[in-house]
Write a protein that binds this ligand. Structure first.
Ligand code: HEM
Length: 131
């Protein structure tokens, strides 16, 4: 029942929500995440979250998570950061990433909320052109 409840929430939250395990493996991928990145949930569940970012960060993301597990030092969790995401077709876009930590059946999981900043960036560029 709670699984169904979670599914219905994931289907309606406007921002993309992605849940990963402590090795960075995708456990769930919301409908908004499917639209934003161009992958279906079935395609990405079981894959590393690093498929959603450009090569520079993708090559380091496992280390980022390992560093946090080893030191407890938070660099994004509870802080948030503007980073660059990469869609299935290879195009990149600016996004606000917020990461939270939770516990599921004794396992540590991370929840990522992603807000697409493409429109905001376009608006800023138009504003600059007017100045
Ligand atoms: C850490 C980038 C998506 C979970 C980091 C860091 C960067 C980064 C740069 C480390 C910062 C540092 O050490 O200074 C990205 C990019 C993403 C992305 C570009 C684009 C898709 C996600 C998602 C999740 C996630 C969707 C969770 C569902 C984490 C965790 C850490 C981390 C748990 C370590 C904890 C922390 O630094 O606070 N990521 N990330 N990331 N990321 Fe990601």
């Amino acid at each position: 029942r709670s699984e169904l409840h979670l599914r219905s929430i994931l289907a309606t939250v406007p921002d993309a929500m992605i849940v990963i395990d402590e090795r960075g493996v995708i456990l769930s991928f919301s409908s908004a995440a499917e639209r934003l990145f161009g992958y279906s949930e079935a395609e990405v569940v079981g894959a590393n979250v690093d498929i959603l970012m450009p090569p520079s960060d993708a090559a380091r993301h496992d280390r980022y998570i390992a560093h946090y597990r080893e030191t407890g030092e938070r660099r994004i969790i509870g802080i948030g950061r503007i980073v660059v995401g990469q869609r299935r077709d290879g195009t990149e876009f600016p996004m606000k990433l917020s990461v939270g930590e939770a516990n599921s059946d004794g396992h540590r999981i991370f929840t990522g909320f992603i807000h697409d900043l493409t429109e905001q960036q376009h608006a800023e560029l138009r504003l600059k052109e007017l100045q």
